[in-house]
Design a protein around this ligand. Structure first.
Ligand code: SF4
Ligand code: SF4
Length: 444
């Protein structure tokens, strides 16, 4: 049966080289590029035009649907261009380019939002521009709005940060524990059905476990759960299972089993917004990898180019062979150093040419390691095989093998001795199935 194996067995070098480094705020970048789709859902709609002067925290694009998110200027300066930007995933979206005046002047009149009840709480989260910072960027207001349907008994705070190299959540727990504390107080107030708040933190972060235990020592509703340092401990279904013992069935949401998961940095951003009214305009980004001269945590305005962030961090010591938004397991390769960081970027990992050179794939030797490594109990070879069939049969076989349960964690590819492109095949299969279903639905 699928989905009952969540612990996983994949030991991956953690490389948390920057865990002890307090984030450094970067100098103002020359310009920022802000794509209108930094979240799942409808792209935001620009409300500024070329030539407009903007300030930090000023609304430059409003949400264009329920599942959407506003975008704010992260620098002060002038809007120089609004055109299309090709994202690393190949999709083209409108983007606003702002030339910085170097002043980082904050918009006058920013005040904390008035939060008095559930609706104003959700409204504040929506206005903050907050989207899931530990994952794909699902608008946090939409996630929390589902709470009004009732039945949430447990809130899991995801502080696992299992992806190699990345330490931005680690720093949130150490440097912003007060905001994390305030975030829990907000959730206690506005999600009154929640009886338990469980922090899931990997055991390789003892200082975070200690700090969270210290600040919540007097709150009996909060527990801190040290988790084995096994990848992908931070994946939503994995952390739910490992902290609560509950399984989210295929096609269901955590809310269907009474659980809400929120990333620890999202929680801190939410609390900071309610306290100050300053929306999401900057991110702490871990800059690391074999080509990086001085690994660091850098706080950068959203929209800053990878190039400027790396330069600020001290530059490269070797030629870049591969640049990734995020870490090596689930990150997305960047096409160029001029690409900007977005709301969901928590790291820039740069590998040297030697490390980036992928071994050529050879034939499957049927060793079964990919099956053993899959935390969801899936058979990745079945997905690859299914891709070779004609459309109808392919879709049938992909569904039969539960491809939608694949969370693209990359464990199967990581352990494969034949270097088979398993996770890439899984992505292709999931996209093909999704498009096929959408096409079928459109014909009805
Ligand atoms: S990427 Fe591979 S290991 Fe991870 S869930 Fe999907 S099939 Fe399983
Ligand atoms: S790990 Fe690689 S070689 Fe082994 S069964 Fe899976 S695909 Fe085949």
């Amino acid at each position: 049966m699928f989905g009952l194996k969540f612990l996983g067995k994949t030991h991956i070098p953690h490389n948390k080289n920057t865990a002890d480094l307090t984030p450094v705020k970067m100098t103002p970048p020359k310009e920022v590029l802000l794509p209108m789709a930094q979240h799942i859902g409808a792209p935001a709609t620009p409300v500024v035009k070329v030539g407009d002067e903007v300030k930090v925290g000023q609304l430059i694009a409003e949400p264009s649907g329920y599942v959407s998110s506003p975008i704010y200027s992260s620098v002060s300066g002038k809007v120089t261009k609004i055109d299309n930007y090709l994202r690393p995933d190949g999709k083209s979206v409108p983007a606003i380019r702002i030339e910085s005046d170097g002043e980082m002047s904050v918009l006058e009149g920013i005040t904390p939002p008035e939060v008095t009840d559930f609706d104003s709480f959700i409204g504040a989260i929506r206005s903050s521009g907050l989207v899931g910072l530990g994952g794909a960027g699902f608008p946090t207001s939409v996630k929390l709005d589902a709470v009004k349907n009732g039945g949430i008994h447990t809130i899991v705070i995801n502080g696992a940060e299992c992806e190699p190299y990345i330490t931005s959540d680690t720093r949130t727990m150490l440097d912003q524990s007060e905001a994390v504390y305030d975030g829990i107080a907000l959730l206690e107030k506005y999600v009154p059905t929640a009886e338990k708040f469980i922090f899931g933190i990997e055991k390789n972060k003892p200082a975070c476990i200690e700090e969270m235990a210290r600040i919540f020592q007097d709150n009996p509703k909060v527990s801190i759960m040290p988790l084995p340092s096994l990848y992908p401990q931070g994946a939503e279904k994995v952390i739910i299972y490992n902290t609560t013992g509950l399984t989210v069935p295929e096609g269901k949401l955590p809310a269907d089993v009474g659980v809400l998961v929120i990333n620890v940095t999202s929680l801190a951003v939410l609390a900071n917004y309610v306290k100050t009214g300053m929306p999401l305009v900057e991110k702490c980004v871990t800059v690391d990898g074999s080509a990086v001269k001085e690994p660091k945590n850098v706080v950068a305005p959203i929209g800053t180019s990878i190039r400027e962030i790396i330069e600020f961090a001290g530059g490269l010591k070797e030629e870049a062979g591969k640049v990734i938004f995020g870490g090596p397991m689930m990150g997305i390769p960047a096409c160029s150093l001029d690409e900007p960081i977005s709301k969901t970027t928590n790291a820039i990992t740069v590998f040297n040419v030697k490390e980036a050179t992928e071994r050529e794939a050879s034939a499957c030797i049927h060793c079964g390691r990919c099956v053993s490594a899959c935390p969801m109990g899936l058979n990745p070879t079945a997905f690859s095989k299914a891709l070779g069939y004609g459309t109808e049969e392919k879709m049938e076989k992909l569904e039969e093998a539960s491809i939608n349960l694949c969370m693209e964690c990359g464990c199967c590819s990581y352990v494969c001795p034949a270097s088979r492109p398993l996770v890439q095949n899984n992505r292709l299969g999931k996209t093909a199935l999704r498009e096929y279903k959408a096409h079928k639905a459109s014909l009805k």
